[in-house]
Design a binder for this molecule. Structure first.
Ligand code: GDP
Length: 354
C-alpha cells in the first residue's frame, strides 16, 4: 500500500488564531530544517514526517509503529471556510482532515458553527484546537512545548478553569451531535472528537496536536490515502494571469501524479476543456530567487498530495472549486470528459431543485 500525505484544512471563527497556528506550524518546520524542514507548495505547506517526528518527540514513538506511515502532512495555507467550501470535490471533500480552531476564552462563535456544518456535510474528520491557552487568566508560562506537562505546572484553580472551558466545548459539541473529550481522556478516537488545548503564540500543545492528527490519519484514513488505483485528480483553487506566464491555475493535486506531457481535463462554465500545460510550476526556494518576479520553477512531475501551479492559455474562465483530472491517453481523456459532464449535469439538477 502506498499512502500519501493527508491534506489538512484549518477552520474556525475570525480571530480564533488560524493564521497564527499555520505560522506556528510552518515555523516549527523552519526550525527543523536540518531534519528536512518544510517544503513550500502553492497554497500549501508540506511537513515531512521527519519534521513531525522532531516536533512530537516521544509522542512519535507510537506513530512510528503504525503499519502504514504517512510521509508527512500537507497543510492548506489559506484558512477560512470560503476557500474550504471550494475544496469540495466529487465524493466529499478535498481535505482529508481538519483542525477546527476555537478561542478558549470565547468558545463556539458563529463561524465555528458554520465551519462545523461544512465539516459535517463533507464528512471530514477533525480535531479541535482550543487556542490561546496562554490567555487564560492566571496561566503560568512554562518552558515545555507539551501541553500535558504545561497543564501540570498550573495552579489547581487554573486547571479547573481549563477543564471547565473544555467541558463547555464538549457540551456544545454534544448538542450538535458529537461526542468529544480532551485528547488525554479520549478512549476511542473513532467515536470521540479530540480537543487539544494549545497556544499558537507560545507553541505549547503543537506536538500533541500534530500527533493526534497523524495518529488519526494513520489509523482511519488509510483507504482514502492509498494511492493504488486512484484516479489522478485535483481541485482548482484559483485562476489568474501571471506576469510572464499568462493564464495559470493554482491547484491542489489530491491523488496521483501530474507530468508535463499529460493532458488536463477540467470544466469551464458550460464546457469541458482538455489542455496540455505549458509548464508545471512550484515555488522557487528563497535562496534561488534572484528577482521577486521570478517566483516559480518549472518541474517535470509532481506527486500527490501537492499544491502547484499550471500554466496554459486554455485555463481562462476555469472556476475555482472545479475538479480536474490528469489523463495520459485519449481513452482517459474521453473517460474524464464524460465524468465531468456528468458532474456538471448533477450540479445543474441540484441548483434547479434547491
Ligand atoms: P485568524 O483570524 O483566525 O487567522 O486569527 P489570527 O491568527 O490572525 O489571530 C487573531 C489575533 O489573536 C492576533 O492578534 C493573534 O496575535 C492573536 N492570537 C492568535 N493565537 C494566539 C494565542 O495562542 N495566544 C494569544 N495570546 N494570542 C493569539
Amino acid at each position: 500500500m502506498q499512502i500519501r500525505q493527508p491534506i489538512v484544512a484549518v477552520l474556525g471563527h475570525v480571530d480564533s488564531g488560524k493564521t497564527s497556528l499555520l505560522d506556528r506550524i510552518r515555523g516549527t518546520g523552519v526550525q527543523g530544517r536540518e531534519a528536512g524542514g518544510i517544503t513550500q507548495h502553492i497554497g500549501a505547506s508540506f511537513l515531512p514526517s521527519e519534521t513531525i517526528k522532531e516536533t512530537c518527540g516521544i509522542l512519535y514513538k507510537k506513530l512510528e509503529q503504525a503499519e502504514h506511515k504517512v510521509p508527512g502532512i500537507l497543510v492548506i495555507d489559506t484558512p477560512g471556510h470560503e476557500v474550504f467550501t471550494n475544496l469540495r470535490s466529487r465524493g466529499g471533500s478535498a481535505a482529508d482532515i481538519a483542525i477546527l480552531v476555537v478561542d478558549v476564552n470565547r468558545g463556539f462563535q458563529p463561524q465555528t458553527n458554520e465551519s462545523l456544518k461544512i465539516l459535517q456535510s463533507r464528512k471530514v474528520p477533525f480535531v479541535v484546537a482550543l487556542n490561546k491557552c496562554d490567555q487564560i487568566s492566571g496561566w503560568r508560562k512554562s518552558d515545555t512545548k507539551f501541553i500535558s506537562q504545561a497543564i501540570k505546572e498550573q495552579d489547581a484553580s487554573i486547571q479547573t478553569d481549563l477543564d471547565q472551558k473544555i467541558y463547555d466545548v464538549v457540551g456544545t459539541l454534544s448538542i450538535l451531535g458529537y461526542q468529544s473529550e480532551a485528547f488525554y481522556r479520549v478512549k476511542d478516537f473513532k467515536s470521540e472528537i479530540a480537543i487539544v488545548p494549545i497556544s499558537a503564540r507560545s507553541g505549547v500543545g503543537i506536538p500533541e496536536l500534530l500527533s493526534v492528527l497523524v495518529g488519526l490519519t494513520q489509523q482511519y484514513l488509510q483507504k482514502r490515502l492509498n494511492q493504488e488505483e486512484k484516479e489522478p485528480r485535483g481541485i482548482v483553487l484559483e485562476v489568474n494571469d501571471e506576469v510572464g506566464l499568462g493564464q495559470t491555475a493554482n491547484i491542489i493535486l489530491i491523488d496521483g501524479s501530474i507530468k508535463k506531457e499529460n493532458s488536463i481535463v477540467v470544466a469551464k462554465r458550460d464546457s469541458v476543456i482538455v489542455t496540455k500545460p505549458k509548464a508545471i510550476l512550484l515555488p522557487k526556494p528563497l535562496d534561488e530567487m534572484r528577482d521577486p518576479r521570478d517566483k516559480f520553477k518549472p518541474v517535470p512531475q509532481v506527486d500527490a498530495a501537492a499544491g502547484l501551479k499550471i500554466a496554459s492559455p486554455d485555463l481562462e474562465g476555469v472556476l475555482p472549486g472545479s475538479t480536474l483530472y490528469v489523463a495520459t491517453n485519449d481513452a482517459e481523456i474521453e473517460k474524464f470528459t464524460k465524468l465531468i459532464e456528468a458532474e456538471m449535469k448533477s450540479v445543474f439538477i441540484d441548483t434547479e431543485t434547491n
